[in-house]
Design a protein around this ligand. Sequence first.
Ligand code: ADP
Length: 713
Amino acid sequence: MSRGEPSSASRRYVISVFLIQGLAGLLLMSALTWLRKDQTAEILRTLGGNAPVLIAIFVIFATTLALLKFEMTDLVYVAFVIVAYMAMFPLLGAVLASWLAVAVSIGTRLLSLHQIGPAKTARQDPVTDYVKAFGLFGTYGVPVVVGATVYEYLGGTFPVLQATPLNAARLIAGGAALIAANALFMFWPQRAYGYSLSKIRNLSLMDCAISLVALPYAVVTSLSYGTIGWGGVIALAFTGSVANYIARNLALTRSKSHDLLQRLASLTNIGKTISLRFTTDELLMAIYTECKAVIDCSLFSIALLEETTGELSFELDVREGAMLPKERLRLGEGLNSWVIEHHQPLLIGSTAEEQRFGVKSVADTKPTESWLGVPMIARDRVVGVIAVESYKKNAFTADDLILLTAIANQAAVAIENAHLYRDLEGLTYALEQRVMERTNELRETNLRLLAADRSKNQFLANMSHELRTPLNSIIGFSSVLIEATRGLLQPRLHRFLENIHTAGNHLLELINDILDLSKIEAGKMELRADLFDLRETIAAVERVMRGFASEAKVQIVASIDANVPDVRLDEGRLKQILFNLLSNAVKFSPQGGVVAISCGFVAAGASPLGFDTVRIDVTDQGIGIPADELQRIFDEFYQTEDGRRARKGGTGLGLSLTRNFVELHHGRIDVQSRPGVGSTFTLYLPVDYIEASADDTIEVPALQDAGSPTARV
Ligand code: ADP
């Protein structure tokens, strides 16, 4: 029912300690037997026909107590047998008592090793087991000899036949010496087991205390022979056994209720403990630790079911404290598979019972007797099995089954959660990888786009420059020709010349616009800061525009407030802005329409820019702009539906350039318009562009809605 090879690093040490002690005891007892053969013969002669009966009583009494010890906790068992050995030596002498004590000890130990009767011991390996039995010559034989010697040294006789206070005192001293010698002789074996010094001290104190309490009983037993004959010894031996049996039951009941309480506490604790573990290995270890605290077992395993492969994977396999490597079993083999297939716990008390069940365990190097396995069920699905095993027969009870089932159910949920958590981690990792890959791709694309954009701007700049040179010749020469041939050419041919001149100018404007835009995009557009009189600039622009307006039968009206100060702006770019706005206003106005340009001063406190500002409005009574297109007219190449239908030409670059120039000045442009009624473009420009540039952090507050659709750019 288990796997793995038992091996212990301290095995050789344990063997040598027991071997030395056993040999010492055997040699001492053999020497004593030889030296005290006369004394032994004398004792047997004095006891006469009582001797065999007395020896039989002592053997039965000691054996009963020695067998009882195997059902007791480690702490109390030693004391029981020692009571019997203490009662023996005053009547039988050092030689007979020590041989009987060793015979009883070795005999019961061999019974326990072969799991006979109530005596059952966890077996390790045969050599160590038998050497340990041999070691009993030291741990029991020598103390009995020591006790008898101290008693004799104090003037005690063998066999003691008189119940006097002095004899009682001698017996007490001899018994105490036996107890002390036993404690001393147990020291090295306990060290070899790996017990700490403090644990040995506590164990020895406990043993000695229990033995000392039983000492008067041993004394009375010995002395009773002298007073009432061996019938008294039988009676006392019987009373002693019964008393011990009752004591044992009391101790067992107490330790059981203590166990139950501890199990209850563990159970309430276990859910919390295991739910805090997020990796499966940590979780399995936590489940193992919790189970170990409440169920006494030699082997422990957790097998998880892998549905895809139909295999049982032993994720945790602990044998006598040693971790075994992970193993896999095909479903259908062994007891674990039975539990999975039947969705039921399985409790087997012995290998014989296992055969009765008709379930076969997996072949093993060192088979165990008891096996308890419970299914781990989460959401009505069996996810695995928790199994415990023991070398003792009937090691597990129905209580253990209930407890392990409760633990397994909590463990199943926790394992499911751990798996979900692991999957989630995997997904998160995959997602992070994807995001990283995409980010890298985007970064590369971005770099490529930037490079392409730089090439485009460079190309535009080069091309515009190359086009402008021949174009200037065309415009210049056509202008000269127009003047020189006035009245000489047929009017039709003269108009052709004028068309060449106009088209050339138009082309030049377009090229200049494109060049400006590409400069702005490349971040290479720089403004000049000229200090100039804004009224004059507006008047100059108005004068130029007047000719164009009168051709379109549109009137331009300018009004400039008296408090408009001189401004420090790029005058050339401002003129470009005003030409754009005015030419659009004229272009989209009906014949007879009025285009108004007005200019005023706005002090810093009232200005949306946060500093002293000039405000210029260009208002027309033209076709207007639908609300949903107000934002878009500032995009490059964008023209409204109505604008295109009006067939007024244009490129869709003017407003885009205008917006860029305004923003370069740290200003702002808004538009309000109503289709069929007209439009107003409002410019806010700082009085001093240099000052505005120095304070880039100024926030631009939103303007109040004037009642008609507005776009702020
Ligand atoms: P365009 O060279 O086409 O005039 P703009 O960038 O100056 O280019 O203007 C973009 C578009 O905005 C125009 O085509 C027109 O549809 C619309 N628009 C501009 N100004 C006005 C206006 N005052 N009235 C009506 N529509 C206008």
